[in-house]
Each structure stands twice: as structure tokens, then as C-alpha cells.
Design a protein around this ligand. Structure first.
Ligand code: TXA
Ligand code: MG
Length: 323
């Protein structure tokens, strides 16, 4: 498979209905022409993704969404001005222009305006939006480097547009914009605190049922490494760790402790830095043959810590502590 930075090559392949991985500021996406149901079907088959899990449509800017959504509330435009392009997905009522497959038959569609310059350049040159889920197999760790995509999909993709490491590192925050007030469907790169500052009220955080999730990123077991991941406690009084333990540490929480392998997400204890490093660190531990189990701790329940804990909760097989 070819990897490169040529947006003209990517655009040609997408116009022809092929799959192309694209960089975004959150994670890499697995993109296809969003108006072509056959091309979109290829995404589901490459990802081994169930058809009940709808895709996000990626647009260059708000002027291009008109044919695809309707009943757009006034507050959408305020949020758009504050946060787009950027790590927010807006769920809005959709028109017939959106293939059923994109939205899994729901009357709504998720739309997003990614901020990565290469992908913005690509979207500008296309006269259709790009349907793109994260470029990982269904349920596995999300990709934050072109190499992560390459390892998982090999020759199944026509091209990987390499935009370097994703700067934010966790998925977009998904907002339901179909009602009088905003609801958060998935906690992500835009923290709820920043959202509250813009909205002036505290949005409802949707409680999702895992059997028929409205945002299957919320399925119980998701973002999971193949290696078992435990959520434990790294405090001094925890004395024994099994051999082959790989640790995702943060700040100095693993101080004076020795493990098979330790990856520190942010030595200075910065949640933004930890989010940017999170999935890449999980990939490294998961690929290390010496690491037999992965251990991490909960983050503080504030700011991006909320979204990180959400990923840990879904990736972990056994919770050492409740949260
Ligand atoms: O940051 C991101 O959002 C990345 C990049 C590539 O844009 N994309 C991403 O896509 O995370 P994906 O498919 O891995 O997760 C999208 C989530 C899914 O859980 C899906 O169920 C939800 O968005 N979603 C899509 N359309 C929806 C809709 N109409 N209503 C509710 N949830 C929706
Ligand atoms: Mg995903």
C-alpha cells in the first residue's frame, strides 16, 4: 500500500470509490466517498464493523452541509464558531442525500469539520463529504500514527495520507444537536468544561445502552488492546506486580516501582499531553511480546481525564477499582 502526503492522489482514489486513510487532529480516519453507498460499504467490511454503528461525515466547512442536514438549531452555529474546525461531531437530522448505510438507518447523521491541514486541503478539493470512522478494526485501539493504520489494514487501503502524529489523540466529542438543548453522546477531545463555558449551562450526558447504543464508541468493550488491561492502583502500598506487567503511568504515579515496561503518558502530569500519547502508548505495550498484561490507573475525573477514563473503562477487562 502507498503512504504519502499527496492530497491529489488521495482525492483521485476517493472519487473512484476507494478507501483512503486520512489524518485528523483526533485520530486517523478510514475514509470513503460519503455519497457512494458502495464505497461506504467497503469501510464496514475493512473495519469488520457492524452495520448498526453509524459513520461520521467530514466536511470542509458549514457552507457545505446544507444538502445533507436540516432543522439546524441556532446554537449549532454558535458551537461551530467556537469549536470548528476541531474535535467536535454534531448529530443533526439528515436528508436523503446521506446514504442509509452512513447513518445506519437513523434519521440523524454525525457531521464533523476536522482541523488537520492536509485533510482540510483534501476536503476543500472534493465536492462530496468523506464518511470516516476511526481507522482501526472494530473494538481495537484507535490509530494516532500512519503506521498504526498500515499495520492493521495492510493492502486493504488504496492510500494512507500521512499527516504525522495526531495532536489531540482521542476522538471527537459527540454532541446531539437535535433537541432544544445539547446532549453529550460521547466524551472526547473537547472537554465538557469548555463546552459548558460556551453553552452557559451543563449539558446532559447521555446514558447509553450498550445493546442499542446511539454512539457505539460507548459500547462496553471498545478501544481494547489484545493484551489484557487492568485498571489498578499504583500507590506505594501496592507491592506485588506479576512479571510481564506493562504500565501506562502518569506524572510520578509509578515512582520507585519497577515493571517489565513503563510508558509515561505525561511526566509533568498534563492531561492534554496524556491524551495525545494515550493510544500510541497502548499500541506499543500491546505489541511488546514481553508484556503479558497492561496496568493503568484512573485519571482525575476532570477535564480530559473524563474522556481518558472512559477509554480506559472500555479497554480494560477487569476493573481493579470501581469508577
Ligand atoms: O474524532 C473522531 O470522531 C474520529 C475521526 C476520524 O473523525 N472518528 C470517529 O469515528 O471516532 P468512529 O466511527 O470511530 O466513531 C463515531 C461514533 C460512533 O460511535 C457512532 O455510533 C457515532 O459516532 N455516531 C455516528 N453517527 C451518529 C448518529 N447519527 N447518532 C449518534 N451517534 C452517531
Ligand atoms: Mg472508533
Amino acid at each position: 500500500m502507498r503512504t504519502g502526503t499527496n492530497t491529489d492522489v488521495a482525492a483521485e482514489l476517493l472519487r473512484a470509490g476507494r478507501l483512503v486513510a486520512i489524518p485528523t487532529e483526533t485520530v486517523y480516519g478510514l475514509a470513503a466517498k460519503g455519497t457512494d453507498a458502495r464505497a461506504v460499504a467497503e469501510i464496514f467490511s475493512a473495519k469488520k464493523r457492524p452495520f448498526f454503528d453509524p459513520l461520521i461525515l467530514h466536511f470542509y466547512d458549514q457552507h457545505r452541509i446544507e444538502d445533507y442536514v436540516h432543522s439546524v438549531p441556532e446554537y449549532f452555529y454558535n458551537l461551530y464558531r467556537a469549536f470548528s474546525p476541531g474535535p467536535v461531531t454534531y448529530v443533526l437530522p439528515r436528508t436523503d442525500r446521506v446514504p442509509d448505510l452512513v447513518s445506519s438507518g437513523l434519521p440523524t447523521v454525525g457531521i464533523r469539520f476536522p482541523r488537520h491541514p492536509l485533510t482540510r486541503h483534501l476536503l476543500f478539493s472534493l465536492d462530496f463529504p468523506l464518511a470516516a470512522p476511526s481507522a482501526n478494526r472494530f473494538g481495537y485501539i484507535s490509530p494516532t500514527l500512519a503506521q498504526h493504520v498500515d499495520k492493521q489494514f495492510g493492502d486493504e487501503l488504496a492510500y494512507i495520507l500521512d499527516g504525522g502524529p495526531c495532536t489531540l489523540g482521542i476522538e471527537s466529542t459527540i454532541l446531539d444537536c437535535t433537541g432544544p438543548k445539547v446532549k453529550v453522546l460521547r466524551k472526547g477531545s473537547l472537554s465538557v468544561d469548555r463546552l459548558i463555558a460556551e453553552l452557559g449551562y451543563e449539558p446532559e450526558i447521555a446514558q447509553i445502552s450498550s445493546s442499542r447504543p446511539s454512539a457505539p464508541g460507548n459500547i462496553d468493550h471498545h478501544y481494547a488492546p489484545h493484551t489484557p488491561m487492568y485498571i489498578g492502583n499504583l500507590s506505594e502500598n501496592t507491592r506485588h506486580f506479576p512479571s510481564g506487567t506493562g504500565v501506562l503511568s502518569f506524572g510520578n504515579n509509578a515512582r520507585n516501582l519497577k515493571f517489565q515496561r513503563e510508558i509515561n503518558l505525561s511526566l509533568k502530569g498534563d492531561l492534554t499531553e496524556a491524551a495525545a500519547n494515550f493510544f500510541a502508548a497502548l499500541h506499543l505495550l500491546d505489541e511488546d511480546p514481553e508484556v503479558k498484561q497492561i496496568l493503568c490507573e484512573w485519571f482525575e475525573e476532570e477535564g480530559l481525564g473524563l474522556a481518558l477514563n472512559d477509554k480506559i473503562r472500555r479497554g480494560g477487562r477487569i476493573s481493579g477499582t470501581s469508577n
